[in-house]
Every structure is written in C-alpha cells, then in structure tokens.
Ligand binder design. Structure first.
Ligand code: ATP
Ligand code: MG
Length: 179
C-alpha cells in the first residue's frame, strides 16, 4: 500500500485554495480536487499491508497542537521544469515543522536532506505542457491564517484520473483559536 502522512486543512482554506486555482485558470494545468488538497508531511511510498495499522497509530500519536499555519506565496515545483503549482505555507511559530519532525521520528524514516518546504499542491502541469516560471503571472493568494485541522496517514490509490486518498488513521488537532 502506498502511504503518506499529511496535515489536513480546514474546509474554508481548501475552498479558498480551489478558488485560487480556478482564478489561475491555466489550461496547461490540471487542478487538484478541493477535497484532495493536503500538506504532505512524510511520504512513505509502498509499505506492506500489515504495517499500515502500526504506522497509522504512530502518526496519530504525533497529533499535538494547536498547529497554526498561513497561506504564503505560490511556488512552481521543481523550478527548472515545473510539474506542479503549489502554495507555500508559513509556519510562524515552528509548530508545523515540529509536527513533521515528530512524524519523521515516529515513522522511523530517514529525514530528507532538503529543508522541509511545506506546501499544498493546487494543480499539476499536464503531460507535454511546459511552464516557464519567469513568464507566468499569478493572482495573489488570499492571506489566510488558520489552525491545521487534522493529522492523517493516507493511502494513495494511483491510477487514471485524480488520485484518491483514503485515511488509514486520522486525528483531529486542537483548534488554534483566533489570530
Ligand atoms: P499522482 O501521482 O497520481 O499525480 P499524487 O501525487 O497525489 O497523484 P502520490 O504520488 O501517491 O499521489 O502522492 C501522495 C502525496 O505524496 C502527494 O502529496 C505527493 O506530492 C507526495 N509525494 C509523492 N511522491 C513523493 C516523494 N517521492 N517525496 C515526497 N512527497 C511525495
Ligand atoms: Mg505523485
């Protein structure tokens, strides 16, 4: 089973991001469905079926909060030959980075050497299309500040059409409160 740990966004943030993607309105891009918008914290890839329950419990045990975050700037990944359009997340008090660090430790994976760049993939570049970031203008991202809604271990069902994610384990995070 193909697994990853993800931070889940409040519904109004997903709606705002889907609206932003629609405002980009670029036919070279394939939008991610509103319900599928998420923040990948740890990508595990293929794991044995019988490991899923243990990994799910490990992820749920990391769910301490609140974890405040904000929408930041749009970013093309990878910049040299972009394949996705994402919106970066701000991590004003380091809680999102700390959440990821706990998940990395709990799942027993080697941390990536690259710095963590929290982001939400909003659209994917369609096969055969080419984006030149320096030539693109994008609408402003709504400056939302919010609490991460939940932490989940998600199973990814690959195949044609939009990827489908299924929660193996899920833990709601305490609300961050206003501000
Ligand atoms: P598709 O691959 O069909 O376009 P998807 O990327 O949403 O759909 P997965 O490839 O299973 O589905 O990825 C699940 C999540 O993990 C996504 O957020 C994806 O960006 C992320 N991800 C996938 N591969 C990696 C990787 N090698 N390193 C880090 N994150 C990854
Ligand atoms: Mg993928």
């Amino acid at each position: 089973v193909r697994l990853f740990a993800a931070a889940e966004l409040p519904g109004e943030v997903r709606a705002a991001l889907a609206g932003w993607g629609a405002a980009v309105g670029d036919p070279r891009l394939r939008p991610v469905g509103e319900d599928s918008l998420h923040v990948t914290l740890v990508f595990l890839g293929e794991q044995p079926d019988d490991a899923a329950a243990r990994l799910g419990a490990a992820v749920v045990a990391c769910a301490e909060g609140p974890v405040r975050a904000g929408l930041g700037d749009p970013v093309w990944l990878s910049p040299g030959r972009p394949h996705v359009l994402a919106v970066g997340l701000t991590d004003p008090d380091g809680a999102l980075g700390a959440l990821r660090a706990r998940a990395v430790a709990a799942l027993g994976v080697a941390d990536e050497r690259r710095p963590f760049l929290p982001h939400v993939t909003v659209a994917r570049v369609r096969r055969g299309e080419r984006i030149r970031p320096a030539h693109e203008t994008l609408p402003p991202v709504p400056p939302l500040s919010f609490g991460i809604a939940a932490l989940a271990l998600l199973r990814s069902h690959l195949g044609r059409g939009p990827a489908r994610y299924e929660a193996v384990a899920h833990a709601v995070l305490p609300s961050a409160g206003p501000g």
